[in-house]
Ligand binder design. Structure first.
Ligand code: GDP
Ligand code: GDP
Ligand code: MG
Length: 289
């Protein structure tokens, strides 16, 4: 995990002190805000920890550190972060605005699933730019997945999704990952199109997961994007991308609590291996550093 986005650096001063004092609480609050937890969660965490410190009558910053990890872990664990991919084929639709990392995530995810021995096909339902199909093809090859391409530029995305599932059913491919065009969450027409893609897929097979990719560096705006997609796309899980950048780890908890949708995957770079499942325990421990 990138040192940048862990709380470690911001908290280091607090935890080397001899005792917990008023500055400790100010420093903790500032560290949580800086890490993008947002004001509400920050306030609740600080209150919770003040209570615990009072209750246990401790003055040792080391106890506070342990309590902070526990408190974060407890909040992360309220959500079921496991991917549901037991259907055959398991169909996964990947959605989000332009440039958040949908196509890259699909390549990394194919590789991730391939390591568990799964067979995968990706569907190029981003049909508006020929380059988008080529980009997905490159990632599919890296990730060891088959690809179903549009038959012509601008083909209806729903029909490409349809053909991809047909391919999986015909060949016994276990997992289908459908790439979609980026769309602004504010454009109703394009959001309706997503509804159509879902409807067409669901005639053939249930959709196992609709993954909304959010760029962690967008901070709280990501929460607004998420809300619009939840309404139209039936999102079942979040993928937080670009956590290797200048992102702040607190965003992961903020967006999960605000939307009520579990975080299922974390993207931490542009390499094929830079995608991991979301493990609350490990994440909380690493976050506090
Ligand atoms: P899409 O428009 O949502 O399909 O986004 P792309 O997959 O094309 O990614 C947009 C840009 O973000 C590309 O330059 C990717 O290399 C980059 N990107 C995607 N995921 C990550 C990540 O986890 N970390 C970093 N640093 N860059 C990423
Ligand atoms: P802008 O925000 O209007 O400059 O345009 P975009 O780059 O979002 O898209 C350009 C045009 O292509 C839009 O007017 C859309 O009608 C169309 N478009 C882009 N992506 C999609 C898509 O996923 N589905 C459909 N139906 N149209 C799209
Ligand atoms: Mg793309």
């Amino acid at each position: 995990m990138a040192e940048k986005w862990s709380l470690g650096r911001a908290l280091r001063g607090m935890f080397v002190k001899e005792t917990i004092d008023e500055n400790t609480w100010d420093d903790l609050e500032a560290a949580l805000i800086t890490a993008d937890f947002g004001p509400d969660i920050t306030e609740r965490i600080v209150e919770d920890l003040r209570d615990k410190v009072d209750r246990y009558g401790t003055t040792d910053p080391k106890d506070l550190k342990r309590m902070l990890v526990e408190s974060l872990e407890e909040r992360f664990e309220r959500f079921d972060t496991t991917l549901k991919l037991t259907e055959r084929p398991a169909v996964v639709l990947v959605v989000g605005i332009n440039g958040v990392g949908k196509t890259t995530t699909i390549g990394k995810f194919a590789h991730f699933l391939g390591r568990y021995g799964r067979s995968i096909v990706v569907g190029a339902a981003d049909t508006f730019r020929a380059a988008a199909v080529e980009q997905l093809a490159t990632w599919a090859e890296r990730g060891g997945a088959a690809i179903v391409r549009p038959e012509r530029e601008g083909q209806d995305p729903a029909s490409v999704a349809f053909q991809t599932i047909e391919y999986a059913q015909r060949t016994g491919t276990e997992i289908v990952l459908v790439d979609t065009a980026g769309r602004l969450h504010t454009k109703a027409g394009l959001m309706d199109e997503l509804t159509k893609v879902r409807r067409v897929i669901e005639k053939q097979a249930p959709i196992s997961e609709v993954l909304l990719v959010l760029d962690a560096t967008t901070g709280q705006n990501g929460v607004l994007q998420a809300e619009a997609f939840l309404e139209h796309a039936g999102v079942t899980g979040l993928v937080i991308s670009k956590l290797d950048g200048s992102a702040k780890g607190g965003f992961v908890l903020a967006v999960q609590e605000r939307t009520g949708i579990p975080v299922k995957l974390l993207g931490e770079g542009e390499g094929i291996g830079d995608l991991t499942g979301f493990a609350p325990h490990a994440f909380a421990a690493q976050l506090v550093g």
